[in-house]
Design a protein around this ligand. Structure first.
Ligand code: ZN
Ligand code: ZN
Length: 90
C-alpha cells in the first residue's frame, strides 16, 4: 500500500479512507485493498505484483467495483431517499 497518497494539489489521503474517492474530493471509508496491476495466473507468484506496497491501494466497495468492471457490471439494488429510507431499484 502506498504509505502516503497525495492529490495533485498536495493533500494527503487520511488513513483508512478510499484513495480514489479522496482524489475526487470525497471521504469514504476504504473496505478493500485493490491490486493496481490485477493478479492473473501468470503473475500470481510474482511478489512485486502480489505484495508490493506500490501495487496496492485502499478503496471503498463502489470504487473497487468500478475499477474491475468499469461501473457497467455493478448494479446497485437499492438507493436512499433524502431521509435515509431505502428505495428498491428496479
Ligand atoms: Zn471510493
Ligand atoms: Zn481489485
Amino acid at each position: 500500500m502506498r504509505s502516503t497518497v497525495r492529490t495533485l494539489d498536495g493533500r494527503i489521503c487520511p488513513p483508512g479512507m478510499c484513495e480514489r474517492c479522496f482524489e475526487r474530493g470525497k471521504l469514504v471509508p476504504a473496505e478493500i485493498v485493490h491490486h493496481i496491476t490485477h493478479i492473473t495466473p501468470e503473475n500470481i507468484n510474482d511478489p512485486s505484483v502480489t505484495l508490493s506496497f506500490g501495487n496496492l491501494m485502499r478503496v471503498c466497495r463502489d470504487c473497487h467495483a468500478d475499477l474491475h468492471y468499469g461501473g457497467s457490471g455493478y448494479t446497485p439494488r437499492v438507493s436512499f431517499d433524502e431521509n435515509g429510507r431505502v428505495i428498491p431499484l428496479a
